[in-house]
Write a protein that binds this ligand. Sequence first.
Ligand SMILES: C[S@@+](CC[C@H](N)C(=O)[O-])C[C@H]1O[C@@H](n2cnc3c(N)ncnc32)[C@H](O)[C@@H]1O
Length: 295
Amino acid sequence: MANEKICDGDYVLIYLDARRTYMIKMQAGQTFHTHKGYLKLDELIGKEYGEPIKSSLGIYFATLKPALTDYIMKSSRNTQIIYPKDAALIVMFSGIGPGSRVVESGTGTASLTTALAYYVGPKGKVYTYELRPEFQKNAAKNLQRSKLIDHVEMKSGDVTLGIEERDVDAVILDLAVPWLVVPHAYEALKPSGILVSFSPTIDQVVKTTEALRENGFVFIETIECLMRTMQVERGKTRPNTMMTGHTGYITHARKILKPPVQETPQVSPQENTVAQEEPLEQEENSEEMAEEETA
Ligand SMILES: C[S@@+](CC[C@H](N)C(=O)[O-])C[C@H]1O[C@@H](n2cnc3c(N)ncnc32)[C@H](O)[C@@H]1O
């Protein structure tokens, strides 16, 4: 991310109002044109973030230091991206933090990669797999812009064929067929490691959940996050009329070590019948549970 003083080469968020914000790179000698006049970038270089800048038409713009959400929302896109509301929950459910090692796929525009790279910090690493080289190239540019590329290792290839990393803290999936990656994620994760998958459709969620159940994952949950923005004005404060109805579902789960395959005891059909007819143990168990509940 950028310094506190605006330097040549930094990105600055130029703000007129909530609908008119521009992420621009400071370049000495350059001008930036808006419908409210042009801005001389030389007047900004060396100033503190937050200082106003006057356009050639006398309109003041605010100069803001871009936050993580600005880098995500202003990324150069060639795929659908994960929006901040979902990225925030993905980060939270994945359990990652400074120093974590995370596998992600697909990279796409690298919006989610940007969020993951920010939270793992310089001592962590995001290994991000992408199938299409042209998307990877664009993603690299977005990560360079946010100055987070050093926290990321960009990997080319089909993640459904395997994951090279081992003992990672989390695996994060946002691609069409996450269920095909679940067995590889199991191999890559450390015990108790966390998998998070983002999918736009319920059909994908069902297939992914079934694959998780079959491949040594527990504590499986799917959620959807709906976000309403508010119009705030004295006497008229209420939710905005328009909202995004759906982005995707977030499924998260934890890896357990698979128990060793147990040999089935050889039971004769007669013994089996007796065992089924003995109610005593079951009753004792029910009492134990009742005691626990009332304790
Ligand atoms: C929806 S986009 C990911 C967007 C990304 N999460 C973001 O926030 O910018 C899905 C990406 O997965 C990639 N992809 C699809 N199948 C893949 C596979 N088997 N292996 C690696 N990448 C894959 C696609 O090329 C695409 O770039």
